[in-house]
Design a protein around this ligand. Structure first.
Ligand code: AMP
Ligand code: MG
Length: 354
């Protein structure tokens, strides 16, 4: 029997309604990103103050999701990666115009001001208590720009723990064994209810006819390798985001026979959750960098609900209640779980202390 907390979310909205609304928001944002990507021009991207890139897709995706959540759950706070500064400092620039055009394709009533307000609303500081959403509107912007993987990442956090996690992956094959059979999928996990894959726009769930039931959900599970030597492992494409030399040492210690699967974004968590890889290593490139909660909350829940394990490199559980950053954690080790996780952690400790 369902307990009351299974049926009623905070604010009296049932979980099914919250889940459906979040799926539709992530779907719309994922399709916006794909639209921007197919006709990408140089003026669609620029560098932020920290020199990381931001594009029309990052701002458009965050605006769409913020507008949708505000309509459906007006009291909910959002911890989002982007803000309104670019649109407010250059309201006549090409990025502002393109963001408004893409958002209006979905929400014709949007104005420059409602879009800027929607972006600015995502500045919540996070923290240990209560309920808030965390959003990375384009995780893996560098992958997005080079035609690789990227993800729209949204999670609902209650009292420091993700309870709902969604990844929209517009450029990810629906079936990794048949990469040509359909591109674009979403992943949804709910605490205690498992993880599923949903086709982004239906064409892969009906044998490629293009008229599939877009709501078809397929459960996903991790896949433990017969031995560590057979484990496929994933890491970032960007050497600045994860130490690839340390990871190669871990792979050597474990006797991993296969080359790393290098992917941008939280698609790496998906690779573990659906059995494409058994290990995801994210090894710090500096002592001072703190991971951002929006880079991990959705992927963390998807792997755990698919039967896998996620900790930091010291084996500590993630604490999503420490603000916008994971202040008490360093790096990531995700795995298919079981004894493999402890084996990987031991190898990481040896490699990093060597
Ligand atoms: P990935 O696509 O896995 O390489 O990760 C992309 C994310 O890495 C971005 O969203 C950034 O927030 C994050 N990032 C930026 N600098 C670092 C760093 N020094 N170490 C780890 N992650 C970083
Ligand atoms: Mg990111």
């Amino acid at each position: 029997m369902l307990g009351e907390e299974d049926v009623v979310a905070v604010g009296g909205v049932d979980r099914q309604t919250v889940r459906s609304a979040a799926i539709e928001a992530v779907r719309a944002a994922s399709l916006l990103c794909r639209d921007v990507r197919v006709s990408l021009i140089p003026s669609d991207a620029m560098a932020k103050a920290d020199r990381s890139p931001v594009t029309v897709a990052d701002l458009g995706s965050q605006a769409l999701i913020s507008l949708a959540l505000h309509d459906d759950f007006p009291g909910d706070a959002i911890v989002g990666e982007e803000d309104a500064s670019l649109l407010r400092t250059d309201p006549e620039g090409p990025i502002a115009a393109a963001v408004l055009r893409h958002v209006r394709a979905v929400r014709p009533e949007a104005t420059a001001e409602t879009v800027a307000e929607a972006l600015a609303r995502c500045s919540h500081p996070g923290g240990p208590a209560g309920r808030f959403w965390t959003l990375d509107p384009v995780d893996g912007t560098k992958g997005f720009l080079r035609g690789g993987q990227y993800a729209v990442a949204l999670a609902l956090i209650e009292d420091g723990e993700p309870v709902l996690g969604l990844l929209g992956c517009p450029n990810l094959p629906v079936d990794p064994a048949h990469p040509g059979a359909g591109i674009g999928c979403m992943f949804v996990a709910e605490r205690g209810a498992g993880a599923v894959m949903i086709s982004l726009d239906g064409y892969a769930d009906d044998g490629g006819e293009g008229h599939g039931n877009v709501t078809t959900e397929r459960p996903i599970r991790v896949c433990a390798p017969a031995s560590p030597a057979e484990a496929r492992w994933a890491e970032s494409v960007e050497a600045g985001h994860s130490d690839q030399g340390d990871a190669a040492r871990v792979a050597q210690l474990l006797g991993l026979g296969l080359e790393p699967l290098r992917m941008d974004s939280q698609a790496k968590y998906v690779a573990v959750a659906r059995g494409e890889a058994a290990i995801y290593l994210r090894l710090p490139t500096s002592d001072t960098y703190r991971e951002r909660i929006w880079d991990h909350a959705a992927g963390w829940l998807i792997v755990r609900e698919a039967g896998g394990e996620v900790t930091d490199i010291h084996g500590q559980p993630f604490d999503f209640g420490t603000g916008r950053g994971l202040e008490r954690n360093q790096g990531v080790v995700a795995s298919a779980g079981g004894t493999l996780h402890a084996e990987v952690l031991r190898a990481v400790a040896r490699a990093l202390n060597a």
